[in-house]
Design a protein around this ligand. Sequence first.
Ligand SMILES: Cc1cc2nc3c(=O)[nH]c(=O)nc-3n(C[C@H](O)[C@H](O)[C@H](O)COP(=O)(O)OP(=O)(O)OC[C@H]3O[C@@H](n4cnc5c(N)ncnc54)[C@H](O)[C@@H]3O)c2cc1C
Length: 420
Amino acid sequence: MFESQQPVLTDHYDVVVIGGGPAGASTGALTAEHGHRTLILERSDVPRFHVGESLIPETYWTLQRLGLVERLRDSAYPRKYSVQFFSEGMKPSAPFYFDEYKNCESSQTWQVWRDTFDQMLLERAVELGATVHTQAQVIDAHFDGDRATGVRVRTAGPDSSRVDQDISCRVIVDATGQSAFLASRLGLKDTDPALKKGTIWTYFKDARRDPGKDEGATLIMQTAEKQSWFWFIPLPDNVTSIGCTADMDVLFPRGLTAEESFQRELNRCPAMVERLKNATRVRDYLKTKDYSYYARQGAGPGWMLVGDAYGFIDPVYSSGVFLALKSGEFAADAIHEAFETQDFSTEQLGSWQDIHAKGVDVFRKLVYAFYNPTFSFGRFLKMHPEFRSHVTDILIGDVFKRDFNACFESMGDVTPPVSA
Ligand SMILES: Cc1cc2nc3c(=O)[nH]c(=O)nc-3n(C[C@H](O)[C@H](O)[C@H](O)COP(=O)(O)OP(=O)(O)OC[C@H]3O[C@@H](n4cnc5c(N)ncnc54)[C@H](O)[C@@H]3O)c2cc1C
């Protein structure tokens, strides 16, 4: 859709969003809906492939605000009602059903192909008034002192030539995902030494799913001695996304191919071997690594960071798209307020970031517990059944309202050891 009708860009917009993933599309859709002239620049063709197919229930509210829930209900994306954890490669825990404590419309979510899901978000941004240009790579950001004033974008010209254009704006939103365009330029990225992980993943047809309500469940399987873990994410057409995550030195040792490393970890996980017994791999092995980081500062005069460009913790609880959408929503409202008050300061544009950081921290602590070699959720919940609803709330993504301190205090310090 986008490539066949690229817009002619003007030299000024109120808001320029760099990146058209969930964070950029939601920010741009909602600033446009607020009435601000918004340009979203995406370097890829759309649709484009992306890892990260499992949603969590609290994405519902941003999707509802964007007017997309009906389209998801009409889609072929599998319904996800729960997540289930397996320890030592084979022992299943009771599934965490999202409707166990709150049975409401948002207690069910979806497993999505990210190419079509992200395209749907970008198309919605256009419907709400944003201008979207794909195949448009931002190659520079302009500042007047510390105030952001615009970007330089490179698009395709006639006969495979390239055209560079300077565009000024009141607010630049960096939604460039793991490229973290502004945070890298401004030297703001901090990595988390306790989470130096890598992932190898691929897709199988006809992997065994559980029946009924559990058919669309995400399964998280820790391998023997917690050396690594696998995800099992059911997708349309009986395709399942299977990924393996571990410390980078474990997953990418010298001399092993991605396939060999994946197979070695699979052999440590009998429950996954059993599910793949009659399955056929339908894609090459893909890999990514060193994706956990956080920007020390999320906003400045005339600029802000959203989604992965602001930070990413870990794939284990599928929190990435939720945090991308939620930060987009927070950012759009802060930008609207900035236009209303003509205050484009760090304080105004970053006004949502304390509450967001608190929510991110809740996920991070539960990620630490997952990787701690001596911590067991099964044991913890047996000793403290009163905290099962806290853990379920975090798995749902309901992290911004409740106070989780008592739950984490009972876990003690669960920071995992730093790997070599
Ligand atoms: C191994 C792994 C597994 C994951 N699994 C899950 C999961 O199951 N569920 C989940 O919710 N999350 C998951 N995630 C996280 C999820 O993929 C991300 O959190 C999510 O995609 C973030 O959205 P975003 O919009 O911030 O960034 P992205 O989706 O990465 O979008 C950024 C966009 O910016 C564009 N861009 C970059 N640089 C420029 C530039 N200079 N100019 C123009 N455009 C640019 C890119 O082309 C891209 O389209 C996973 C992540 C990893 C690493």
